[in-house]
Write a protein that binds this ligand. Sequence first.
Ligand SMILES: [Zn+2]
Length: 389
Amino acid sequence: MIRIFDTAQSMVVPLEVGSTVRLYVCGITPYDSTHLGHANTYLTYDVLIRRLEDLGHRVEMVRNITDVDDSILPKARELGIDFLELAEREMTRFAADMDALNMRPAVAEPRATESIPGMIDLISRLQDAGHTYEVDGITYFDVTTAPRFGRLSGYDHTTMVALSAERGGNPADVRQRNELDFILWQPSAADEPSWESPFGDGRPGWHIECSAMSWAQFGETLDVHGGGSDLIFPHHECELAQSEHGYGQSFARHWMHTGMVAYQGTKMSKSLGNLVFVSDLRASHDPAAIRLALLGHHYRDDWEWFDGDIEDGEARLARIRQAIAVHTGPDPTAMLAAVRDALDDDLDAPTARDAIDRFARQTIDGRGDDPRAGDGLAEAAQLLGIAAA
Ligand SMILES: [Zn+2]
């Protein structure tokens, strides 16, 4: 049984899932290339998927593409190209990065621009149930109609207001009834895409996109909802409120969030210009070494990337491949059990990685003559998504 830290419960709990696991992970806004923060997040769910598959589950992972929102439109304007052209270009790059990093594929990658009818349907449901109001053509969600709003993050009001202002909300806007209300639908600017809707011509708010896309794919309660920890509030809190009140069902059994990756002393972010791109790293390094470097950190931790980290990843990768080629070594049974135990213990990849490395070193040192060593090591490495050759 896998145990993970559930954000909503604020503790490590057994992952309660059936034979098919429905996993929804918030995807990229395709306006810039994949950086290590993205890679770290998607790698976390990739390792979870691999261990679940190893246990015999079938995992259906859906990862959306936010191809219309408040960040892609200004970027397209700045570049002087259509936002869909920008999205297309970055989606192709993202797919190549995910492929190179040996990520298990999503069963669906819905695009926001192709999911508008579902968003309109959800907003209509919320409107019928009395959760919305309209000012100046903007349709808002009234958070006072969702008594449990805030229970996912557990943040106090002041923190929620501060994070809302920082992450796309506008708590100071006097048109809102409450500081934490958020936009469901809004008029588009003259050069922005616009869709017809019962709430006027316009475009969706950010949060409604994921609620509608996850419902369109699964149509029932998600087993696990994932994303970076910077999405807990407001994005996931708002998704939760909308989905539960709109569809009348529990939204997700488990919430699982990944830590932030810093570089040069601060969180990697577009606005600070301190991004390390996967495409740059893999131009001169084996993508499996990137995986190994990232897996040296627990998924829930915030941590800093140092340029030398990739060399450590390369060295570990070389030892794994060298050891597999040796063919004989120690009995791999205990190592395999240690790797699986570590992953089951809140996805402790650093411990799993170290168990693999210790075994590889022993094999290279000529310890043991068990002919199963190579296969055992390859099997363990595969759990971390590292191919034998
Ligand atoms: Zn999302």
